[in-house]
Design a protein around this ligand. Structure first.
Ligand code: HEM
Length: 212
């Protein structure tokens, strides 16, 4: 019963930004903004919105939250964590690449703004963390490097929040989406602070192989 409710909420939550994105896209379609706008810019926004929610799920699933542990076995959480990580990773990568390609096609160059730079920094940090996690053995990372990459990875979510709040058409234009983002960020901060108090980074050992 509890499982069904939690899964239901997790499935329904992304529908909030997706519905708002559909509404804003509908308005844009009548504005005839050119092929590349609809082929790259519009889908890229949905990938960014979904990517943000999936990033939050990723964080929850990796955080050993007692309330979640009482509903789902750890092994199942880690399996979902890996699956969502791949789906979310591809979406976020597509978001960033589509936005950059759209810039090059429409402006002839990447239009660097502070807001966009935040997105680029977030994507760079995320790619770093994914590479570190997946290639931990061949890379032979030291404990210090592993910890550094992870501390930086924790900054990705707040950086993306600021990025989206500053330039996101859907986030800025639709109050339910804005509030969802604010609530997710607040939950992220609470979980992170609790986790750091209970298990400070300094004491966290580097795993032998996160995939095993
Ligand atoms: C190369 C890196 C990135 C670039 C160039 C980039 C570019 C952009 C641009 C131009 C927008 C504004 C779109 C609009 O008009 O609404 C945007 C929005 C957004 N981006 Fe990024 N971004 C990048 C990385 C990221 C990352 C890593 C995430 C993580 C999930 C992300 C999530 C979002 C979200 C949620 C929005 C709001 C979309 C909306 O409100 O419709 N971005 N990004």
């Amino acid at each position: 019963m509890k499982k069904g409710i939690v899964t239901g909420i997790a499935v329904l939550l992304p529908l909030i930004p997706l519905t708002a994105w559909l509404m804003s896209s509908w308005d844009e379609f009548s504005a005839q903004l050119g092929f590349w706008f609809y082929a790259l810019y519009v889908p890229a926004r949905s990938f960014g919105l979904l990517g943000f929610v999936l990033m939050f799920y990723q964080f929850m699933l990796a955080s050993r939250i007692p309330a979640l542990d009482s509903v789902f076995p750890r092994a199942q959480q880690l399996k979902t964590h890996r699956t969502l990580g791949k789906i979310g990773g591809v979406m976020i990568l597509c978001h960033g690449l589509f936005m950059l390609i759209f810039d090059v096609i429409s402006l002839g160059a990447i239009g660097f703004t502070f807001e966009k730079l935040l997105g680029i920094i977030a994507l760079f940090l995320l790619i770093n963390a994914v590479i570190a996690a997946w290639f931990i053995r061949p890379l032979q990372l030291s404990q210090k490097a592993w910890r550094g990459i992870h501390i930086l990875a924790y900054l990705v979510f707040p950086i993306v929040f600021v990025h989206a709040i500053l330039i996101g058409t859907t986030v800025r234009g639709y109050a339910p989406v804005r509030w969802l983002f604010i609530v997710l960020l607040a939950a992220y901060v609470v979980i992170l602070v609790r986790r750091l108090i209970a298990n400070p980074f300094a004491a966290k050992p580097r795993p032998a192989d996160p995939r095993s």
